[in-house]
Write a protein that binds this ligand. Structure first.
Ligand code: NAP
Ligand code: HSE
Length: 432
């Protein structure tokens, strides 16, 4: 029987999902591909750890050399996470002539060039479908299906954990920390969940997508990033009253010779299709010059959908390894070339939602609006929510017309110094 031996580095949420999929759909894959991928070894930290699934101890090793030096193992799947030792293992596996599959966006968004260069040099396959969008085939869509297009824009919800938290907070009145705990229990969150909630995981992913779509390496350090850690339930509810849903969005846009690349919470009009993307679902809008707009939607985190993406790469790796197909797609290998540069967020125009914490007395609104006017910011609507009962302040929510981010930053700095303003103003950008 034709078999190809693979090794899993890591047997956590994703590793277990891949093992289960390969077991359950073994016949189906064999029928479709003509060869059966079989797990031979699994690298873990602690072989004695209690696992959620039954598995023979013989698979486990804590010694990477057992995998790297095994000539029978052709495909190595890195599902450990973090930078080291995962990065070293990926490089060593490529150097040993193995095809590599990884779900590790953190490594690609920081060291993608080094990894892609090593794969190119060694003429090996490196698959990373699971690094963005869980089960959504976004990498293949950009690399293969849209290869004839010049892509001008990618906008998406690309973190399952934060989308789950925002959904649970608004729809079920969950506290932030309880929603996060549930996302962790379901296996959506990173081992270090601050990567999710600070927007860094989304920044990793948009860096990878933009690099593929625009053809040169845009490391995560170029991505303007805000997370959801300071979001208050009050803002989700006020935004809804105004007809908006708050989502953590990632943007990569090419405009003339500039790239806009950013991640931040964004108010989306309730009529927009992205507002129906709930819980751990992700969605991506892509615009190409010939295809027009396309929308991809699916489960963006969790064991099964991510395993589906990893296994699609394993099958590609089989084509390269067993059937000796040669990689022909060039990955981005140059850092910001002369043609493009990154547009600073300060130069981008948005409509805004502000929530001021203001003392409830006559003249306060005119002080605030005076400063906004001075900085060319025009108000679209304003509502004071309730009356101040005792000491303290009331929330005043304001929506603006389009204005440059740098004007807003200057205005809010002045407003927050007013003696009638008791806390930092909350600011969210609005999607048009
Ligand atoms: P996880 O549940 O934390 O599992 C990590 C696994 O790696 C564990 O089995 C652990 O071993 C092993 N490991 C950690 N450090 C190791 C080391 N130094 N040497 C050997 N083994 C080590 O992580 P995960 O959620 O499966 O995520 C894995 C990767 O997939 C990450 O890059 C993540 O960003 C990515 N990803 C995750 C999802 C998701 O929904 N979870 C989706 C897409 C992509 P022990 O079991 O012995 O502790
Ligand atoms: N922590 C990630 C998320 C896993 O929540 O989207 C999927 O990449």
């Amino acid at each position: 029987m034709k078999e190809i031996k693979i090794a899993l580095l890591g047997f956590g949420t994703v590793g277990m999902g891949v093992y289960e999929l390969l077991k359950k759909n073994s016949e189906l894959i064999k029928e479709r591909v003509g060869i059966r991928p079989v797990v031979k070894k699994i690298l873990v930290r602690d072989p004695k750890k209690k696992r959620d699934i039954k598995i023979d101890q013989k698979y486990f090793t804590t010694n990477i050399e057992e995998i790297l030096e095994d000539p029978e193992i052709s495909i190595v799947c890195e599902l450990i996470g973090g930078i080291e030792p995962a990065k070293t293992y990926i490089l060593k596996a490529l150097q040993k002539g193995k095809e590599v599959v990884t779900a590790n966006k953190a490594i690609l968004a920081q060291y993608g060039n080094e990894i892609w260069e090593e794969a190119r040099k060694r003429k090996r396959f490196i698959g990373f479908e699971a690094s963005v969008g869980g089960g959504i085939p976004i990498i293949k869509t950009i690399k293969e299906s849209l290869i004839g297009n010049s892509i001008s824009s990618i906008i998406g919800i690309i973190n399952g954990t934060t989308n789950y938290i925002l959904t649970r907070m608004l729809e079920n009145n969950f506290q932030f920390k309880d929603a996060l705990k549930m996302a962790q229990a379901k296996g959506y969150a990173e081992a270090d969940p601050t990567l999710d909630i600070k927007g860094i995981d989304s920044a990793h992913k948009i860096s990878i997508l933009a690099s593929l779509a625009f053809g040169f390496y845009i490391p995560v350090s170029e991505v303007y990033t805000e997370g959801i850690e300071d979001i208050d339930l009050m803002d989700l509810k006020f935004a809804k009253d105004f007809g908006y849903i708050v989502k953590l969005l990632a943007f990569a846009k090419k405009r003339k010779r500039k790239i806009e690349i950013r991640v931040h919470p964004t108010l989306i009009p309730e009529t927009h299709v992205l507002t129906s993307v709930r819980l751990n679902y992700n969605a991506l809008y892509i615009t190409g010059d010939f295809v027009g707009d396309i929308l991809l939607y699916g489960l963006g985190a969790g064991k099964e959908p991510t395993a589906s993406a990893v296994v699609s790469d394993i099958i590609d790796a089989i084509e390269y390894s067993y059937f000796e197909k040669k990689p022909f797609i060039k990955y981005p290998l140059t850092k910001n070339n002369d043609f493009f540069n990154i547009r600073s967020i300060e130069e981008v125009e948005f409509k805004y939602y502000f929530r001021f914490s203001a003392i409830d007395k006559p003249g306060v609104l005119s002080k605030i609006s005076g400063i906004l006017g001075k900085h060319n910011i025009s108000i679209a609507s304003v509502v004071q929510i309730g009356r101040q009962k005792k000491k303290g302040s009331v929330p005043v929510v304001m929506l603006t017309h389009e204005t440059k981010e740098k004007n807003v930053n200057k205005a809010l700095e002045e407003i927050d110094k007013l003696d009638v303003v008791t806390a930092s103003t909350k600011k969210f950008r609005i999607l048009e």
